[in-house]
Design a binder for this molecule. Structure first.
Ligand SMILES: [Zn+2]
Length: 80
């Protein structure tokens, strides 16, 4: 169970990085470190809604699927 959740988080982080136009996750995270907002992505399977949210956000509202499932890149990377 834990492994599934973790790999899903990693996959979403990769996807978010790709959507933001970076091909390197570290570069992508470094670029947003210390900012008041950072890219976030919906954790629902099959939903790739993204938004700018607080770096510690992990229950942001998704306008695409309606869930409180939008999680920031920093949380996904365990930097928050
Ligand atoms: Zn969604």
């Amino acid at each position: 169970m834990m492994i599934i959740v973790l790999s899903n988080r990693a996959a979403k982080l990769m996807r978010l990085c790709e959507i933001e136009g970076f091909d390197n996750v570290e570069e992508f995270l470094f670029d947003h470190l210390g900012e008041s907002v950072c890219p976030a992505i919906c954790m629902t399977e099959g939903c790739d809604y993204t938004a700018e949210m607080e770096p510690d956000q992990e229950q942001g509202y998704c306008e695409a699927c309606g869930g409180n499932t939008v999680t920031s890149a920093m949380v996904l990377a365990d930097l928050m």
